[in-house]
Structures are given as structure tokens and as C-alpha cells.
Design a protein. Structure first.
Length: 681
């Protein structure tokens, strides 16, 4: 039912609700509270404790509204409880509160009081007005909903409460009775009533658990269905790696593979030898050698007469991969091409024809690879770098780029376990934890303005010794934040005026960025002033210096990625972050950054500090947002849901059992398009 037909909603209120995404009765039913007001602690004035949330009932004795400046006011209301104790409630710049707090009115006020002078005082308390004949409230837990302009909290509470009463009983239960009993889950009607208006905190927890589990279970079911379909209904080429092929590939690498690289290669080779598509995530810390593993997989595909693709999120990174591949393949017969958005129409047309004819074995590029006009002759393997910058939707597109190729995705941003189980839950995971021999240490410092000159003196000294360095800044022009253009002008006219300095950022033309990167890679430029365009993939072995300006503006994993750009050769590295760390969260992030170079440890901490919404935005990973589940808080429910979903799909891969019909409908409605599940069941 459309929300405008709900009791006491109407056209105007429906417009307000639509701003919150509430278009139907079902939307309102599942519009869960963002918080609760605890009115259960009823006290007399004599029993009050300072700084504790409490509720006092009484009668308004005095009301005083006075101005304290242009457009500013203070409202003071004195309330007397039935034992004769007084508490003063104060509101600043809220003169309209005077109308609901007239002399003699009975009220319940809730807040955290402080003892001031001879009287208790509470600022901006929650107020409930009581009718003459109404008994004093025994205490309740009231929901707090997200609002938009034009709708008040009491109105939202009334709308939700009436919708729960009128439409809650009409909801179908998606879980069979035995599933509810086995997992100690409340039926949906009971859970819905209690999550919106809890009887106590214990019932609120039980109600929330029901919906958290359901949300995560539906997601895990969708991912399990996707995996089952990929394994059963997809027909991938069997790309076997014989001992002869393995030896030929390894001869191209002028170094010994690490233990982690060898283990990952073995897992990938086993996957590619099957007739169902490999779907594997390769994650590793910066500098752990993921590209080498990916190149091995691509050459294995080529050795079996198939084409391979590597897709990167930026042209800078795509060209870096192209350079690495050309270096590794210079003694082979593999034919390679780069396909990016900056190609001329004629060159692109020529390249597309060669790819379609099978005259190109390996293609490296950006999202230009997944355009409709790109057709492969015999695509065997798709590799995507920096997986979290693409996500599920692009993955589905790539799967249609050929006849079910094998699929390897990489990320240099170590992913917390709970995120791996959700955003990447349809993938097997290989992890590189060790670094190749010879990788040098990076020393990291946090610095204030008082150390700036000393740092630039050291920076210049290392440049004179033949080293190179980066200066990373935000792109934005904002008060209190050093922008990339500002940093460049300051340096070339100040501490680095004697050196060759280049500037690169994402708003530059492709050919400009390529020219600057080439000059820096070749050593013609000693310093690169840049934005986060160098976050991943850029590999200049002589670069050992990193300055990060306005470091508080970057996430912890992003800072770690910046640091990973230096000491990729035989010289140790030095990284200094300048920041305004007045924000407590930013200070914690920066202290963690300076304390360890372990990317996996930093990823978990970043996840705890910022949460999954910040780490992996919906736009990037493609999955709808979680409405109630919290991947930090609800790890136990996530693991339970994942295990249960896997067991269910093993027994009923297409959810075709009649008792699973509602589950199947819910999976398709929420994830069918995103995960390409259109033909399930």
C-alpha cells in the first residue's frame, strides 16, 4: 500500500516520508529506530544523581523566557515533584517550548541533571506532557527515528505505531517454524512490535536479533546462490598448468617467489583447471607481490590458447601494470595491448579488431575494457586490480564479456574478515602475508608545524643523494587544508626550489598525467606533488621519501597505501605525515598509522574506527546498504547466517522447495539484479 493512504498521512506528509525513502506501508514497517530514549529511570528530585539519564514527573511552577541577544533566548521552567523537590529545565533558542509548558501543567522531563547552586538543573530535556487524569508514567523506552524537514519525532512515532498496528499482522513469515525455533528467533509480528516500542531492553535485543539475522541471512543466501550457480551452470575452459608450462612461466621471473605467492599460485592453478569458473580474491599488503601472481595466472591462460584481461581502476595504474607486464614478457612471444579511455578512435578501432580476431593475448586497461564494443575471441581469464573500487555490478558485467572466463580479483587493501564474508562473500580468498626478499623498512613520523623545516631539510638532503620523493595532498581547496596546487607552489618557490618538481592530479588530461609519470619514473623529475591518484600501483623503486599533507583527511588504509609507494627498491624509506589532529578519531588513526606497517592490523583498526560504510561505499561495491545489521557489532549473527545459508543452498540450490518460496522472493527482490540472479528458481 502506498504510504499516502496510511491513517493520518495524506499527500503532504507522504511527500515528507518519501524524502526518507518511505513510499509504502512496508517501508514504514521496516523503518527501524536509529536510537531509543530511555524513560525507565523514574526518580524523585531527592533521588537524582548527577550525569545519569533520569525522568522526573511534576507540575510546572514557574516559566521565564528572556532574550539574551539578537535572535537568542533562554527559557527556564521550574518543576515541582509531588514530594516538594524542585528541578529547573533550561532551553536555549527554543522559545516555542513555552507554549507547551504553561503554569500548572503536569509533565515528565528526562535528561542528565547537574546540581547548580541550590537546585538541580537539566538542559534541553525530553518533555512529555501529561493529562490531568493521567497517572504518572511508569517508564518506557521510546524509539527515535531519522527525520527530514517537515516532520516531527512525535509524528513519526505515531505514523510508525499505527502502521505496525494496522499492517504488521498482514506480514508473511519468511522462515519456516522449525527454523525460528532452532535459531531462537521471534516471529516477525512479535519482533516488529518490540523493535519499534520495546517493553524493556531485553525484548529490544531479541527483536533486533531477529531482524539482524534475517538481513544477513538473505544476503548470505544470495551470495550462496550465486556461488552455486557459478559452479553448476557455468561452463569455463579447463586451463591446466603442466610442469612444462609452470617452468616456462617461472623462467620469466628474475627472482624467487615467496611462500605466499607459491601457495596462491597453486590455489589459482587448481581453480583454473576446473570446468567451473574460478572466482577468487587475492588480497595482500602493499608490496607483497600480487601482480606477479596475477601475471602467472594470465600466462597460464595464454599457454592454454586463451586470452587474459587485467582491469585497473585508473589509467595511471593501468599503464603501470602495462609497463610491468611488458618488462616481464619481453623475452616471451605473448602479444599484449593496453586499452584505456585515452586512445584515439582509429587506434581503439584497430585494437578492438585485433582483440576480436585473437591476435592479442593479454589486454590491460581501465573500465574501457567492459564497453559494449569490446569482444574477445577466446577470453579465458579476467583479472581485476583494486577490487573494492569496482564491485559487484562491474563483476557481473565482466562475466558477460566472454564465455564464462575464470575470474581473479586483487586488492592491496587488506579486508577485514566480516567484510570479506559480505561484500566478497561469493569469492574464495587467497592471502599474501609475506613480502618479497629485499623489501626495505619505512620509518613513519607524525609531525606538527614546528618540525616542518627540519623535515624539508632532510628531504632535500636525500634528494641530493639521488633519491626521489612524493608529496601527497588532498585535491580540495578548503580553509585549513593544504591543496595540491597550493603545496606545489609553496614547494617550488621554497624548500624544494633547487629540485625538479612535477605536479599530477586526477583532473589533468590523460596525456599530461602519462608524461609526468614517465618523467618521474625515469628520474627526470625528483619530486612528485600529487593527490590520491598515486594511492595504488605506482612503482618507482628509487622513491624513498613520502610527505603527506593534511593527513587527517585520509583514511587509515589510504595512508598505508600512500606509504606503500616508497622503499620498493634497495633503499630504506621515510614517511612524515603533517596533520591537524584536533579530531580525536583522526588522532587515533594517525597514531595507529605511525605505530605499525602491518596492513592487515591497520585494516581491522580502520574498520573499527570508521565502519564498513566508510571503507566500502555502496556506490563502489554495488550491494544495497544494510538497514539494521552492523558488521562490527553483529559478527556472531553474520557467521551464523553464513553457515545456515550454505547448508540451505547445499540441500536446495535454487530455493525451489515450496517452504522456501518466500525466502526466494526476498532474495530476488533485494539482490537479484545486483548479483545477476534473475533465473534462480
Amino acid at each position: 500500500m502506498p504510504a499516502r493512504y496510511l491513517n493520518r498521512v495524506g499527500e503532504y506528509c507522504a511527500e515528507m516520508l518519501e524524502r526518507l525513502g518511505l513510499r509504502t506501508a512496508a517501508d514504514v514497517l521496516f523503518f527501524f529506530p536509529r536510537d531509543y530514549e530511555d524513560l525507565t529511570e523514574m526518580r524523585s528530585v531527592e533521588e537524582l544523581e548527577e550525569g545519569v539519564l533520569q525522568t522526573v514527573c511534576g507540575t510546572v511552577e514557574e516559566v521565564e523566557l528572556r532574550g539574551i541577544g539578537p535572535g537568542r533566548s533562554v527559557l527556564g521552567v521550574l518543576v515541582r515533584d509531588r514530594e516538594g523537590g524542585y528541578i529547573r529545565a533550561v532551553w536555549f533558542n527554543m522559545p516555542y517550548m513555552k507554549d507547551k509548558l504553561s503554569h500548572g501543567r503536569r509533565v515528565a522531563i528526562s535528561g542528565k541533571p547537574k546540581f547548580k547552586g541550590l537546585v538541580w538543573e537539566v538542559s534541553h530535556p525530553i518533555v512529555v506532557t501529561l493529562a490531568e487524569e493521567e497517572a504518572e508514567p511508569t517508564g518506557e523506552i521510546r524509539p527515535v527515528y531519522s527525520l527530514t524537514e517537515g516532520i516531527k519525532q512525535w509524528e513519526m512515532r505515531r505514523i510508525v505505531a499505527e502502521t505496525v498496528a494496522s499492517h504488521g499482522p498482514l506480514l508473511d513469515e519468511v522462515f519456516p517454524p522449525e527454523h525460528l525455533q532452532r535459531h531462537d528467533l521471534w516471529p516477525i509480528g512479535q519482533a516488529l512490535a518490540e523493535i519499534h516500542r520495546p517493553s524493556n531492553w531485553e525484548t529490544q535485543k531479541k527483536a533486533r536479533r531477529r531482524f539482524v539475522y534475517q538481513e544477513l541471512f538473505i544476503l548470505q543466501l544470495a551470495l550462496a546462490v550465486r556461488r552455486a550457480r557459478q559452479n553448476k551452470f557455468s561452463d569455463a575452459p579447463m586451463l591446466e598448468v603442466s610442469a612444462k608450462v609452470d617452468a616456462r612461466i617461472r623462467r620469466l621471473f628474475p627472482f624467487e617467489l615467496t611462500v605466499g605467492q607459491r601457495e596462491s599460485i597453486e590455489q589459482i592453478a587448481n581453480d583454473m583447471a576446473k570446468d567451473s569458473p574460478m572466482n577468487r580474491l587475492l588480497q595482500g599488503d602493499v608490496g607483497s607481490g600480487k601482480t606477479v601472481v596475477a601475471v602467472y595466472a594470465m600466462l597460464a591462460a595464454v599457454a592454454n590458447g586463451h586470452q587474459a584481461v587485467m582491469m585497473a581502476p585508473t589509467e595511471v595504474l593501468a599503464r603501470q601494470h602495462g609497463k610491468t607486464l611488458r618488462r616481464l614478457l619481453e623475452n616471451s612471444h605473448v602479444r599484449m595491448a593496453e586499452l584505456t579511455g585515452g586512445l584515439s578512435a582509429a587506434r581503439r578501432s584497430e585494437m578492438l579488431k585485433a582483440i576480436g580476431d585473437g591476435r592479442i593475448d593479454v589486454v590491460v586497461g581501465t573500465q574501457a575494457i567492459i564497453q559494449d564494443d569490446v569482444n574477445f575471441s577466446k577470453l579465458g581469464l579476467v583479472v581485476i586490480d583494486e577490487q573494492h573500487k569496482f564491485g559487484v555490478r562491474q563483476r557481473a558485467t565482466l562475466r558477460r564479456a566472454g564465455s564464462d572466463p575464470h575470474y581473479l580479483v586483487m586488492t592491496a587493501t587488506p579486508i577485514p574478515r566480516t567484510v570479506t564474508m559480505t561484500l566478497f562473500g561469493d569469492l574464495d580468498v587467497s592471502t599474501l602475508r609475506d613480502s618479497p626478499p629485499g623489501r626495505q623498512e619505512v620509518k613513519t613520523y607524525l609531525a606538527g608545524e614546528e618540525r616542518r623545516q627540519r623535515w624539508w631539510d632532510f628531504f632535500a638532503k636525500k634528494l641530493r643523494e639521488g633519491r626521489q620523493g612524493y608529496v601527497v595532498t588532498p585535491l580540495v581547496d578548503e580553509v585549513g587544508v593544504t591543496s595540491v596546487n597550493e603545496a606545489y607552489e609553496t614547494l617550488v618557490n621554497g624548500p624544494l626550489e633547487s629540485f625538479r618538481v612535477g605536479l599530477i592530479h586526477g583532473r589533468m588530461r590523460t596525456d599530461e598525467k602519462d608524461a609526468i609519470m614517465d618523467e618521474f619514473s625515469s628520474g627526470k623529475l625528483q619530486v612528485l606533488v600529487c593527490t590520491s591518484v598515486v594511492e595504488v600501483g605506482v612503482d618507482v623503486s628509487n622513491a624513498t621519501l613520502m610527505t603527506i599533507e593534511s593527513a587527517q583527511r585520509f583514511g587509515l588504509s589510504q595512508l598505508h597505501q600512500f606509504r606503500g609507494r616508497i622503499s620498493r627498491g634497495r633503499y630504506p624509506g621515510f614517511c612524515t605525515a603533517f596533520a591537524d589532529a584536533s579530531n580525536e578519531l583522526a588522532q587515533k588513526r594517525l597514531e595507529a598509522f605511525a605505530s605499525t606497517t602491518d596492513g592487515f592490523e591497520l585494516a581491522e583498526l580502520d574498520f573499527q574506527l570508521r565502519g564498513p560504510g566508510e571503507l566500502f561505499g555502496t556506490r563502489q561495491h554495488g550491494l544495497p546498504p544494510l538497514y539494521i545489521a552492523d558488521l562490527l557489532r553483529d559478527t556472531r549473527e553474520l557467521e551464523e547466517a553464513r553457515e545456515d545459508a550454505a547448508a540451505l543452498i547445499e540441500s536446495d540450490p535454487a530455493l525451489s522447495n515450496p517452504q522456501h518460496a518466500r525466502l526466494r522472493r526476498m532474495v530476488l527482490k533485494r539482490y537479484g539484479r545486483v548479483l545477476d540472479l534473475g533465473d534462480v528458481g
